[in-house]
Design a protein around this ligand. Structure first.
Ligand SMILES: C[S@@+](CC[C@H](N)C(=O)[O-])C[C@H]1O[C@@H](n2cnc3c(N)ncnc32)[C@H](O)[C@@H]1O
Length: 298
């Protein structure tokens, strides 16, 4: 499988030329496309060189258009094709609510799983394509390897598109680095996820077995997983030092918040924090044997 020419690859990679080529695109007087211009998008994606097909690019665009909270992170951007698709997606959102898109891509010499050669020259084309399409308005390049960027990352992630090193060890590292930053209910999309010989396919099987994510969609070789809303470990943004928390509530009856506060208190206690509830109103359910300390004001 390794070392095949891109055109012989049944999983479709288009790194050398698009339907046209990058230089063809340069002769087009305007590659700037309008937000509502479906034909322009399809044509643009046909011209751009990159790792996703037109259908997969359209799928990424739809995913980006639906991100409600958190930013979008792409691991492995090459010359910007999939990032431009993501940018066209966030443009469909209200301007004030558009999520930021970060492309984590070192542009260092790298040989891909299928034999594609990547390196600094791709950085130049990435910049050109960002300018040509106007996607620089939405996309910021983080010109670092994925693990280096993840180690100091602070922004919660609503959509993470993993398209870097497709060897099992590489994609596993990418997932493990970025998973803690993905919001509960957030999405992780993988490219090259349907080839059983390629890393993402095996990794996805393992992730699904943990039941922390479920598969929600797939187009072509792109598969999307959704993270559970149930959090089993503290998010990175919370203090890891032990906290003493006093939660004030109005009433604490079984159907009026106590069960929910009890669940939250149990999670916080499992993370090592001390939690107590204090009822400010008159109503407390005295018969409930809570694992969390409950106090009421006299
Ligand atoms: C399959 S290409 C990405 C294709 C791109 N998403 C597109 O649609 O055109 C893989 C990219 O991953 C990048 N890469 C390799 N190792 C990486 C790492 N540790 N972190 C981030 N990107 C990496 C390579 O430089 C290469 O550009």
């Amino acid at each position: 499988m390794r070392g095949r020419l891109p055109n012989a690859n049944p999983y479709h990679h288009n790194f050398l030329v698009g339907v046209g080529s990058v230089s063809n695109l340069a002769t087009k007087p305007s590659a700037e496309i309008r937000e509502d211009d479906r034909i322009g998008f399809t044509e643009l994606m046909g011209y751009l060189a990159g790792g996703v097909t037109v259908e997969e690019a359209e799928f990424l665009r739809q995913l980006a258009a639906q991100v409600q909270s958190g930013c979008i992170v792409e691991i492995g951007s090459f010359r910007g094709k999939s990032a431009i698709a993501l940018a066209m997606g966030v443009r469909q959102q209200d301007r004030m609510r558009q999520p930021a898109i970060y492309c984590v891509e070192p542009h260092r010499p790298f040989t891909g799983f299928y034999g594609g050669e990547f390196g600094p020259k791709d950085r130049g084309v990435f910049y050109q394509e960002m300018c040509r399409t106007g996607a620089f308005n939405e996309v910021a390049l983080v010109n670092l390897p994925s693990d280096v960027a993840a180690s100091s990352w602070r922004e919660p992630v609503g959509l993470c598109f993993i398209d870097g090193d497709h060897r099992y060890a590489g994609v596993k590292q990418d997932f493990e680095c970025w998973d803690p930053h993905v919001l509960p209910g957030g999405l992780v999309a993988f490219d090259d996820a349907i080839d059983p010989e390629c890393g993402p396919h095996r990794l996805i099987d393992e992730i699904l077995r943990t039941q922390r994510y479920r598969r929600i969609a797939g187009v072509g070789k792109v598969v999307v997983l959704k993270k559970s809303h149930v959090m089993t470990e503290p998010p990175r943004q919370l203090p890891t030092r032990r906290q003493h928390l006093l939660i004030a509530c109005h009433d604490l009856v079984l159907t009026g918040g106590l069960l929910r506060f009890e669940r939250m208190g149990t999670i916080l206690r499992n993370w090592g924090h001390e939690v107590a509830l204090v009822a400010m109103g008159d109503t407390v359910a005295p018969e409930f044997a809570s694992k969390v300390a409950i106090m009421s004001l006299p």
